[in-house]
Design a protein around this ligand. Structure first.
Ligand code: SF4
Ligand code: SF4
Length: 744
C-alpha cells in the first residue's frame, strides 16, 4: 500500500468517525425531543394521499414553485442533492477503494451527464439564493425583508458549504478522470468533469494523485461538516421536511380547527377528566407533530411576508413564533425528556415541576423551564418583533411568546398556505389561546363581552333572539320559517335550509345580503326555509378565540337541533358559518351539505334560473374588484363562483387586486379579531381597502359579512379623510339582485 493510500484511509476514517459520533448524538437528541411530544391523532391515515403529497410537494416542489425564482433555485438544489448523493457514496468509497464508482450505474454516461449538469445547476441555484439574500437583507430592509429575524449568518455558511461541496467534488473527480485517461479510460457524458480533467492533466501523474487524495478528503470533510451544520441549524429541514409533509394535516392544514385532545384522547367537554390538559400552556404540551413542525421550519419567511398582522406592524410573525417555540422547546427538551423518564413517560402535572430532575440540569435548561410560554413583553427589547432583532438574535428573557403576538392572529391561513414544509401555525396558536382562555383566564378584555353574549344570547352582539326575524318583516315576499306551520322536520319540498347567521340577522349591512339572497332564491324558484329564533351562533368566534367550552356548547346544541329536524342541504352567506357547519360540525356528529350563497347563485345563473340583465348604469362600463374572504378562499377553496357572478352582470368588468385568490390579504376580522380592538400597528382593513381603491375600480365586491363591515369601515374612514370619493363596498348578492330585477 502506498503512503498516499495510507494517509487517505487513516485521515478519511478519522473524519468519518468523528462526524458520525457527533451526528448520531444530535440525531438521538432530535429523536428524543420530537418523541417527547404528546400523541398526535390522525397522522397516519390516507396513506395514498400522503404518498401523493410526497410526490407533488417534496419531489415536484409544488409549493416552493409558487414563487418562481426562489422556487426554481430550490428545485436545482433539491434535485442536485438527490442526484449528487451518488457522488457522495463514491467519495466515501474512494477513501478505501481507489477509482471507486457507484456500483453498476456509476459510470453510465447518462448518470455522469446528470451529475455534471446538476453541479452546474446547483451552482446557479446558490448564486440565485445569494442574490435573493442580498436583495432582501434584513439589516437594510428591516421588517420588509422576509428574512427579518431569520438566522442569516447560518444561511450564508450553508451556501458557502454547498459551493465547497461542488468545487471539491470537481477537484477529486477531475484528478480521478485525468489519471484514468492516462490509461486510456474515458468517461463519456461527464462533460464538465472531463473539462476539469483536461485542465488538470498537464500537472502529471504524481501531482494528480496528490490532488485526488486531497480532493477526496476535502470533499468528505466538507460533506460531513455540512451534515453537522444541517443537524445543528435551520437546515434540519433537508431531512425533516419530507417527514413533516408525510404526517401533515390533510387535506391542507386549513379549514376546520382540530378537536381538542389530552394525552391523545378526545376531551369529553361534558365530563372532562380531572387530569385533562386544555390547550398548550407549556412547550411539553405540544404533540410530537408540533415538535416536528418547529424543528422543520426553514426560516424562509414566506409566511411572514404574507401575514396581515406582520404587514401592518403587529408583533406577530408566524415565522418568529415558530422559531421562538423551537428555541424554547429545544432548550427545555433535556429536562422534559428526563422528567418523563422519571414519571413513567408522563409530564409532571400542570403547574408542577419535577424538582429532583430539574436539580440535575445545567443552568441554561433551568432558565428554559422557568420561562412562561405566553405573557406580556411590554417594555422588553424588540417588543414589536416578538423578541427578535434583524440579525436573528432573540432576547432570551421573558415569555417565549408575546401575548400581543398571539392575539394578533386573524387565522387568515396565509402562513399555512405558503409554508413549503406544511407547518400548521394556526393549530399551534389556537392551542395556546385555548390554554390562555380556559386555564389561565388571560385574554383581551374585549372578548369577555363576546363570550358572554354568545353564551347568554346566542350571538356575539348580545341581541335578542326575537330580533332574528326582523329582516323578514322588511321584505315583500314570503319567507318560510321552520316551525311556523307546526313542522317537526324540514319538509320534503324544501331544497335548502337558509342558515342566516348572526351577522345576517342583526348587522345592518349583512341583513341587506340576507334579504338579497332570499329574494334571489325566490326569483329562481328555490324552496328554502329559515330557522328564525331556532338559530344560534355556530360558536366560530368563541372557538377561534380559544374558548372551546363555549364552542362545544353552541356546536352540540346546533348539531342536535339540525339532526333532529333532518337538515341536509344548507346555504349560508357567511364563510365562517360555512366552515364551521360544513367542516367542523362533522367532528361532533353533524354532517350536512353546506354551500356558500355565491356557489348556489352562480349555479342558478348558469342554469338560467337567474338572469342578470341590467348593467349598473345603462350603457356604462363599471369596473369592480373582488375581495376573497379568507374562510371562503384559502380555507375552503372557493374562488371561481364569486368571480363568475360578478362577470355575469352585463357591463361589469372585474379587475383583480395584486393580492387575490389564494394570496388574498385578510380584512382583519377573522380569528375573533372582529371583537378585539386593533391597538397595534396600522389597521389591516385600511390596508386592504387601499389595495381595492388602487385598482381604479369604483366598487369592491365582498362575500362575507365580516369583510363587509371591515371594508365599509375602512372606506368610510378614507372618505372622511377626503379620499376614495364615490368608492363603494357592495355584497355579491345585492349586486346580482340589482342586475336581476327590472329597473323601475
Ligand atoms: S393565520 Fe394569518 S394572521 Fe395568523 S399568523 Fe398566519 S398569516 Fe398571520
Ligand atoms: S413556517 Fe414555513 S413558511 Fe414560515 S419560515 Fe418556516 S418554513 Fe418558511
Amino acid at each position: 500500500m502506498e503512503t498516499l493510500d495510507v494517509v487517505r484511509i487513516v485521515l478519511g476514517t478519522a473524519i468519518i468517525m468523528v462526524a458520525a459520533v457527533v451526528a448520531l448524538r444530535r440525531i438521538a437528541f432530535l429523536n428524543g425531543y420530537i418523541r417527547s411530544g404528546q400523541p398526535a391523532v390522525g397522522r397516519t391515515s390516507h396513506v395514498g394521499k400522503r404518498a401523493e403529497l410526497e410526490g407533488t410537494q417534496v419531489l415536484a416542489q409544488r409549493k416552493l414553485l409558487q414563487w418562481a425564482v426562489p422556487g426554481t433555485a430550490h428545485v436545482f438544489a433539491f434535485w442536485g442533492f438527490l442526484v449528487l448523493g451518488i457522488t457522495v457514496v463514491e467519495a466515501l468509497g474512494e477513501v478505501y477503494i481507489e477509482n471507486f464508482w457507484f456500483p453498476i450505474i456509476g459510470t453510465w454516461p447518462i448518470i455522469l451527464f446528470l451529475e455534471d449538469l446538476f453541479v452546474i445547476l446547483v451552482f446557479v441555484g446558490i448564486v440565485i439564493f445569494a442574490i435573493i439574500r442580498l436583495l432582501n437583507n434584513p439589516a437594510k430592509e428591516g421588517r420588509n425583508s422576509r428574512f427579518f429575524g431569520s438566522h442569516t449568518g447560518a444561511a450564508w455558511i450553508v451556501l458557502l458549504m454547498i459551493f465547497n461541496v461542488l468545487w471539491t467534488l470537481e477537484l477529486y473527480r477531475g484528478a480521478k478522470i485525468a489519471l484514468a485517461s492516462e490509461e486510456g479510460i474515458t468517461y463519456p457524458g461527464a462533460f464538465f468533469s472531463n473539462w476539469v480533467a483536461s485542465l488538470l492533466a498537464p500537472l502529471g501523474t504524481g501531482t494528480l494523485e496528490v490532488l485526488e487524495m486531497l480532493g477526496v478528503l476535502l470533499h468528505i470533510g466538507v460533506i460531513l461538516g455540512f451534515l453537522l451544520i444541517v443537524l445543528y441549524s435551520k437546515h434540519l429541514h433537508i431531512g425533516l421536511a419530507p417527514i413533516n409533509v408525510a404526517f401533515s394535516r390533510l387535506p391542507n392544514g386549513l379549514g376546520p380547527l382540530l378537536p381538542m385532545y389530552s394525552g391523545g384522547k378526545p376531551i369529553d367537554f361534558e365530563d372532562p377528566a380531572d387530569d385533562a390538559t386544555f390547550g398548550v400552556g407549556r412547550t411539553e404540551d405540544f404533540t410530537w407533530k408540533d415538535n416536528l413542525d418547529f424543528a422543520t421550519c426553514t426560516e424562509c419567511g414566506r409566511c411572514q411576508s404574507q401575514c396581515p398582522a406582520w404587514n401592518t406592524g403587529k408583533p406577530l410573525s408566524p415565522k418568529l413564533m415558530i422559531m421562538n417555540l423551537r428555541e424554547a422547546s429545544f432548550a427545555k427538551a433535556p429536562y422534559v425528556m428526563a422528567a418523563q423518564k422519571a414519571n413513567d413517560g408522563a409530564n409532571p402535572g400542570l403547574g408542577e415541576v419535577d424538582e429532583a430532575v430539574l436539580e440535575k440540569m445545567p443552568p441554561s435548561v433551568k432558565d428554559a423551564v422557568e420561562r412562561p410560554l405566553v405573557g406580556s413583553r411590554d417594555g422588553m427589547p424588540n417588543k414589536d418583533t416578538d423578541g427578535y432583532d434583524a440579525a436573528g438574535h432573540r432576547d432570551h428573557d421573558g415569555p417565549v411568546i408575546d401575548e400581543d403576538a398571539l392575539w394578533s392572529c386573524t387565522t387568515c391561513g396565509a402562513c399555512v398556505y405558503q409554508c413549503p414544509v406544511d407547518i400548521e401555525h394556526i393549530d399551534h396558536f389556537i392551542d395556546m389561546r385555548r390554554y390562555q382562555v380556559m386555564i389561565d383566564t388571560s385574554f383581551p378584555a374585549e372578548l369577555n363581552g363576546m363570550f358572554k353574549n354568545v353564551e347568554s344570547k346566542g350571538n356575539p352582539w348580545g341581541m335578542n333572539a326575537s330580533q332574528r326575524n326582523a329582516w323578514i318583516e322588511e321584505v315583500d315576499f314570503d319567507v318560510r320559517v321552520f316551525g311556523m306551520d307546526g313542522e317537526e322536520t324540514i319538509p320534503d319540498d324544501v331544497e335548502y335550509l337558509f342558515w342566516v347567521g348572526c351577522a345576517g340577522a342583526y348587522e345592518d349591512r349583512a341583513k341587506n345580503t340576507t334579504k338579497a339572497v332570499a329574494e334571489l332564491l325566490t326569483i329562481a324558484g328555490i324552496n328554502f326555509m329559515v330557522l328564525g329564533e331556532g338559530e344560534t351562533c355556530t360558536g366560530d368566534p368563541a372557538r377561534r378565540a380559544g374558548n372551546e367550552f363555549l364552542y362545544q356548547m353552541q356546536g352540540m346544541q346546533n348539531v342536535e337541533m339540525l339532526n333532529e329536524i333532518k337538515a341536509k342541504k344548507i346555504v349560508v352567506t357567511c364563510p365562517h358559518c360555512m366552515n364551521t357547519i360544513g367542516r367542523e360540525y362533522p367532528q361532533i356528529g353533524g354532517n350536512y351539505e353546506v354551500v356558500h350563497h355565491s356557489q348556489l347563485l352562480a349555479t342558478l345563473v348558469k342554469e338560467g334560473r337567474l338572469t342578470p340583465v341590467n348593467s349598473p348604469e345603462a350603457g356604462m362600463k363599471e369596473v369592480v374588484t373582488y375581495h376573497d374572504p379568507c374562510y371562503l378562499g384559502r380555507h375552503n377553496n372557493v374562488y371561481t363562483p364569486p368571480r363568475e357572478l360578478i362577470e355575469s352582470v352585463p357591463g361589469v368588468q372585474l379587475v383583480e387586486m395584486e393580492r387575490h385568490g389564494p394570496t388574498s390579504f385578510c380584512c382583519g376580522a377573522g380569528g375573533a379579531r372582529m371583537w378585539m380592538e386593533e391597538k397595534l400597528g396600522t389597521r389591516v382593513n385600511v390596508t386592504r381597502a387601499e389595495e381595492a381603491i388602487a385598482t381604479g375600480a369604483s366598487k369592491v365586491a365582498v362575500a362575507c359579512p365580516f369583510c363587509s363591515v371591515m371594508l365599509n369601515d375602512a372606506v368610510t374612514s378614507k372618505q372622511q379623510a377626503g379620499e376614495a370619493a364615490g368608492f363603494e363596498v357592495v355584497d355579491l348578492a345585492s349586486m346580482l339582485l340589482a342586475a336581476s330585477k327590472p329597473k323601475v
